[in-house]
Design a protein around this ligand. Structure first.
Ligand code: ADP
Length: 486
């Protein structure tokens, strides 16, 4: 991997904790491997409670000075970081593809997408506006100011190793917070590369740490028990989100949770079928189906069911599967055997209950963790795919007749992250948009993620929003000031 990089300094077998680089050499470590071929890419230090505590202490000290800087000054550091990320995008993309497997073009897209949050919050740092409220008595003056929450703990999943951390670190730093971050053990190299660039950009020592560890449970407990930490932000499964919410209750810690989804993708019979097929391909097969906003259940109205299914299967069958570094690859490997097992289980369950494989249906000819893009037809609500997030390249197509019926099916889940639908009738568009119990709804589009809009879910998909002008709120406290005797 180092040979691919223009700046080999971005690939370090060490991590930045409390302002110091800690190397794997001479201590407990763990290997980071390429899911495409099993190659060991780097050995990273496997840190524990002592390092987490040191990171929090350093963050606590650094945050005080950082918060005193003006928003413009904080924004200038973020802006510099953004520029370094843009300049290093090819290397960052290569590191990402190597550790996670997604096609190189998607990795570059992710790096740019993550960078857009740094750019956005470099600008928003200047706009932490408060408010002036007319006093309730003649001699009273009332002000509302916003202050940083303080030290933030952050934990992310492996599927967006570059964008997920940036979506948390950028607003935290913009608001004047410090952040102690734990990447997924599968994909720490994108995070440490970003730390190299953060240091070069002038992010103060100790303000931002990357704790690499295989003991996620201890990290979560250490963060939740440390009274210097005031907020936890997490992206991962609902199951782990529940554990963290419970743990965070001991200290009434502020929480942001981006959890699992079970996105419905509805195609009404007045929709542009070809556009809907394209939207479904993008929403379903991006990152090999391993995103929390991937279409998980595709509902198609009866009149266009056969046409849509046929076209979707043809497009899915034509997707190029392979190693992310090969040219024109559209679908990389899955992250591990467990992920492959889940997709297989969902297919077996559906086929056992009457679904039909329109294309794919099993492991790809390349072997390993490669899986064939799969389309199932004749799928019904009683199958596992209706209830669970597949997190793989499997598109199950359900049939429906009426609008009320499909809204009920779409909402019949404990999740509420993203939903999508394709339609043209404007009254139908409003009705369905308002009825879907989701935090985000894509209408006539399968791609909705952008730094300018609030990303987040309702129900068991989480609390809080990332990105947009609203995203800073989660990292600030509101303080009400009342001046009397005027
Ligand atoms: P995924 O299935 O996508 O890996 P997880 O929710 O298991 O989703 O993991 C997301 C992140 O949460 C990872 O960084 C993982 O190490 C971390 N994690 C897993 N279990 C715990 C836990 N008990 N406490 C804190 N973090 C955890």
């Amino acid at each position: 991997l180092a040979a691919r990089l223009r700046d080999p300094g971005l690939l370090s077998e060490a991590t930045l904790v409390g302002g110091r680089w800690i190397a794997a050499e001479g201590r407990k470590g763990f290997d980071v491997t390429n899911p495409s071929n099993g190659e060991v890419l780097a050995r990273m230090p496997d840190l524990g409670s002592a390092e987490t505590a040191a990171a929090v202490d350093a963050a606590h000290a650094a945050q005080k000075e950082w918060a005193k800087r003006s928003g413009k000054e904080r924004g200038a550091v973020l802006r510099k970081w953004y520029e370094l990320i843009i300049a290093g995008q090819d290397d960052l993309a290569a590191i990402l593809t190597a550790e996670m497997g997604k096609p190189l073009a998607e990795s570059r897209g992710e790096v740019l997408y993550g960078a857009s949050y740094v750019e956005w919050y470099a600008e928003e740092a200047k706009r932490l506006y408060g408010d002036i409220i007319p006093g309730h008595q003649r001699d009273k003056r009332i002000f509302v100011i916003r202050q940083p929450v303080g030290v933030v703990g952050a934990i992310t999943a492996w599927n967006f190793p570059s964008a997920m951390p940036l979506r948390k670190i950028a607003p935290a730093l913009a608001a004047g917070c410090a952040i102690v971050f734990k990447p997924a053990f599968q994909t720490p190299l994108s995070a440490t590369a970003l730390a190299v660039l953060a240091e070069r950009a002038g992010v103060p020592s100790g303000l931002f740490s990357v704790v690499t560890t295989t003991d996620a449970q201890s990290f979560g407990q250490d963060i939740c028990r440390n009274d210097k930490v005031r907020k936890l932000t997490f992206t991962g499964s609902t199951q782990v989100g529940r554990i963290l919410m419970r743990q965070a209750s001991d200290q009434i810690m502020k929480l942001s949770l981006e959890l699992g989804g079970n996105a419905p993708f509805i195609v009404f019979d007045d929709a542009d079928v070809d556009a809907a097929v394209e939207g479904a391909i993008q929403s379903k097969f991006r990152n090999a189906g391993q995103t929390c906003v991937c279409a998980n259940r595709i509902y198609v109205q009866s009149r266009i069911y056969d046409e849509f299914s046929r076209k979707l299967a043809a497009r899915a069958a034509a997707l190029r599967v392979g190693d992310g570094f090969e040219a024109n690859i559209e679908v990389g490997p899955l992250i591990d055997e467990k992920a492959v097992g889940k997709v297989k289980r969902h297919i077996e369950d559906a086929v056992g209950k009457g679904a039909v494989v329109a294309t794919g249906g099993g492991g790809h000819a390349r072997g390993g963790l490669f899986f064939s893009p799969t389309v199932l037809t004749g799928v019904t609500q009683g199958m596992l795919v209706a209830r669970e997030e597949t997190f793989g390249p499997l598109a199950p197509v359900f049939r429906f007749d009426g609008v009320d019926e499909v809204i009920e099916m779409a909402n019949d889940t404990e999740f509420g992250l993203a939903a999508y639908f394709f339609a043209n009738d404007v009254r139908r568009i409003w009705k369905v948009a308002e009825a879907l119990e989701y935090g985000m709804v894509g209408m006539n589009t399968g791609l909705i993620s952008t730094e300018v809009a609030p990303f987040g879910g309702v129900k068991q998909s989480g609390v809080g929003r990332e990105g947009s002008k609203y995203g800073l709120d989660d990292f600030t406290e509101m303080k009400y000031l009342c001046l009397g005797g005027v």
